[in-house]
Design a protein around this ligand. Structure first.
Ligand SMILES: Nc1ncnc2c1ncn2[C@@H]1O[C@H](COP(=O)(O)OP(=O)(O)OP(=O)(O)O)[C@@H](O)[C@H]1O
Length: 306
């Protein structure tokens, strides 16, 4: 473990979490996770339902002890040394669970009362666009507004490390964009963020680094660029009638379904150049030409559901 290393905010080594007893009566949701999150970066944890994201995040937040391995947050065990870690983290859980009869302002004030040096309540509500709903009871908020209140409370203590567990679930597209903007700004100001999400475009838009989990383990990780580069790019087009796929240059291995051709390549620029030069020299017009790098969604489908 790197202790006192100020550039590493979260460090997990061989992290495990079992629910219930050893053996078939229990279930190991986290099965040896190794990763670190550096100061000021946004790290996204992705995975299908039940992959173990929330189980992992709860260990990082100090809500439960690991059954194996170690985790350090700001150099401390977040479960045993909660006192050293809690003041510096903000948590947005999947279910906030606040008293439904209090108003938004009352809830925020109650929360602020538990924090040293909190943001002023109006400032926290304005950050998430809830200033117009300050006197509304929590039970009258929409699902998306409740998520935004959860976020306002997580930000109340100006945390150096922010845990966002599916922060935009239930938000309409405008509120989602606004949340992305806010999260980007917080990161730009130096806040370290650990995000779990089901929205791959959210991870693509926000994450500096990401990890995809499957059955309690990390199966792919790296910067968004590294993860995308590991997957082949794709070129697609349709050949005109009378021009068979066998006439394509042999240097680009292509799969054809009738006149429709698909080329998968790790050297997109080179393959595309060859195809275009061939088409020009042969006087062939490629219909519906489409060339693109792999998307995070393709990588996810490839590795998460195996
Ligand atoms: N308290 C518990 N007791 C037993 N099993 C549990 C408990 N909590 C979670 N699990 C199991 O652990 C596995 C991982 O759950 P977890 O909630 O961490 O997944 P997740 O990746 O966050 O999923 P989602 O995307 O649906 O939120 C699931 O199979 C779940 O059923």
């Amino acid at each position: 473990m790197v202790n006192g290393d100020t550039t590493t905010v979260i460090e997990a080594r061989g992290l495990r979490r079992r629910y219930g007893p050893e053996g078939p009566a229990g279930f190991e949701a986290v099965r040896g996770m190794d990763f670190e999150v550096r100061r000021g970066e946004l790290f996204a944890l992705l995975g299908t339902n039940g992959a173990g994201k929330t189980s992992t995040v709860e260990l990082l937040e100090g809500l439960a002890p690991p059954t194996g391995g170690e985790v350090r947050v700001f150099g401390h065990d977040p479960y045993r040394r909660r006192d050293r870690v809690r003041p510096y983290i903000g948590m947005m859980l999947q279910e906030g669970g606040f008293p439904a009869d209090l108003t938004v302002t009352e809830t925020a004030r109650m929360w602020a009362g538990c924090i040293t040096g909190p943001r002023p309540v109006p400032e926290a509500l304005e950050l998430v666009g809830l200033e117009g709903r300050a006197d509304v009871r929590v039970k009258q908020l929409s699902g998306g507004e409740r998520r935004r209140l959860d976020l306002a409370l997580a930000l109340m203590g100006r945390p150096g490390l922010l845990f966002l567990d599916e922060p935009t679930t239930g938000l309409d597209p405008e509120a989602r964009q606004r949340t992305w903007q806010l999260v980007s700004e917080l990161r730009d100001e130096g806040t370290t963020v650990l995000l779990t999400t089901h929205y791959l475009e959210e991870a693509e838009a926000l994450a500096d680094r990401l990890a995809i989990m499957r059955e309690g383990r990390i199966v792919v990780s790296g910067t968004t660029g590294e993860v995308l580069d590991a997957q082949p790019a794709r070129i697609r087009f349709t050949l005109p009638d009378g021009v068979g796929p066998e006439r394509l240059p042999l240097s680009v291995p292509a799969a054809a379904d009738g006149q429709r051709v698909e080329i998968r390549t790790r050297a997109l620029q080179q393959a595309l150049t060859e195809v275009l030069l061939w088409a020009r020299d042969a006087g062939v017009e490629l219909v519906d030409l489409d060339a693109r790098s792999a998307s995070l969604e393709e990588v996810f489908l490839e590795v998460a559901g195996q």
